[in-house]
Design a protein around this ligand. Structure first.
Ligand SMILES: Cc1cc2nc3c(=O)[nH]c(=O)nc-3n(C[C@H](O)[C@H](O)[C@H](O)COP(=O)(O)OP(=O)(O)OC[C@H]3O[C@@H](n4cnc5c(N)ncnc54)[C@H](O)[C@@H]3O)c2cc1C
Length: 315
């Protein structure tokens, strides 16, 4: 967080947060809760905005290979999510549906099981790593937790700390909470230039200039362009992912899978933030027989549901 040299007494705001996604709004809400004058400057609807199109896992089990600190942050964050959700609920009456039922990473062959077990061992054996609970499960154990699992699933890794949330409602709750405490949200205020002056930063936006004592860069992919304006580097780049969302169906999944989860509202989300388009639905189909043509009978609650992407209707 860049800080200007103190001296000018009254910039417009104590903090200008650039970016109104989950990161920016969480920081902005934290700041107004501490009595700071905060403005959030956000770009328009054409911007890349991961907070509005993500899979919403609070995922612990595989984070931190090569960087044990990341695993520690992830675990600390997952442990504090309940407190965070409760605080948001208190400020807004909105339930962001944080649940921590434990997550499964499904594996499609004995080779994948062995490779996953080794990877998790390597993760936990790193110097400085704080080990956390996880288990490797065989097919039968997976089936007990997830009766709809496909016959090709050889096993899974399971971690009881994995959870999920309603990400869109979380974003909405952060906006509501921020506004209720007097924070100013400015959409269509893409920051084009940041200049450090004595005691304040001046931010040039399409809708005029704003001055703030401190600036928070929370512009997601926009940080790559903004960071050098304050002597920092943020070499982030876009990466293609894909999410399929079905219409809402009655609850049937007790656990989350790293690529399949049922939301609190009933939709099933099928996703992969890494793979290319064709491989993701195919591997999801192998994990769960209810995604093949015939076996909707395996999961009657899903019969008739409509895919909003990857265009197939199970009827
Ligand atoms: C397909 C997919 C699946 C994902 N799944 C998960 C998951 O399961 N779990 C998880 O934890 N994370 C997941 N993520 C990652 C997660 O969504 C992001 O880490 C998170 O949303 C980033 O939030 P952000 O606020 O930093 O960025 P963004 O949501 O991208 O927000 C950046 C904001 O900055 C604004 N902006 C950009 N440039 C400027 C500018 N110059 N001036 C003003 N405003 C600007 C944009 O308009 C935008 O509102 C996923 C991401 C994707 C794409």
């Amino acid at each position: 967080m860049p800080t200007a040299q103190p001296s000018t007494p009254h910039p417009d705001y104590d903090f200008a947060v650039i970016g109104g996604g989950l990161t920016g709004m969480a920081i902005a809400w934290g700041l107004v809760r501490r009595g700071r004058r905060v403005v959030v400057l956000d770009e328009g609807d054409t911007a890349y905005r991961a907070s509005r199109g993500n899979f919403a896992l609070v995922w612990v089990q595989s984070k931190g290979q090569g960087m044990p600190e990341y695993a520690l942050w992830t675990m600390a964050s997952a442990q504090r999510w309940g407190e965070f959700a409760a605080a948001l609920n208190e400020d807004t009456d909105l339930d962001v549906a944080f649940r921590q039922p434990g997550g499964l990473h499904l594996l499609l062959s004995e080779r994948e099981v062995e490779s996953r077990a080794n990877a998790l061992l390597r993760l936990h054996n790193q110097p400085g790593m704080q080990a956390f609970e996880y288990r490797m499960l065989d097919h039968d154990a997976v089936e007990k937790m997830l009766p709809q699992v496909g016959p090709e699933v050889a096993g899974a890794s399971f971690c009881p700390f994995d959870g999920h949330v309603n990400a869109l409602r979380t974003l909405r709750a952060l906006h509501v909470a921020f506004a209720r405490l007097g924070g100013r949200y400015r959409p269509n205020h893409a920051v084009e230039r940041i200049e450090a002056h004595t005691g304040e930063f001046r931010l040039a936006t399409a809708a005029g200039e704003i001055a703030a004592g401190r600036v928070v860069l929370a512009a997601g992919l926009g940080n790559a362009r903004l960071a050098p304006m304050v002597g920092l580097e943020a070499p982030v780049r876009p990466q293609r992912g894909q999410i399929i969302v079905t219409e809402k169906v009655a609850p049937f999944m007790n656990h989350i899978v790293h690529t399949i989860r049922q939301t609190d509202e009933g939709s099933v989300m099928i996703a992969d933030s890494w793979r290319r388009q064709a491989t993701m639905p195919r591997s999801a189909a192998r994990c769960s027989p209810w995604r093949h043509n015939a076996p909707c009978a395996c999961c009657p609650c899903w019969r008739g549901s409509t895919w909003c992407a990857a265009g197939r209707r199970c009827a």
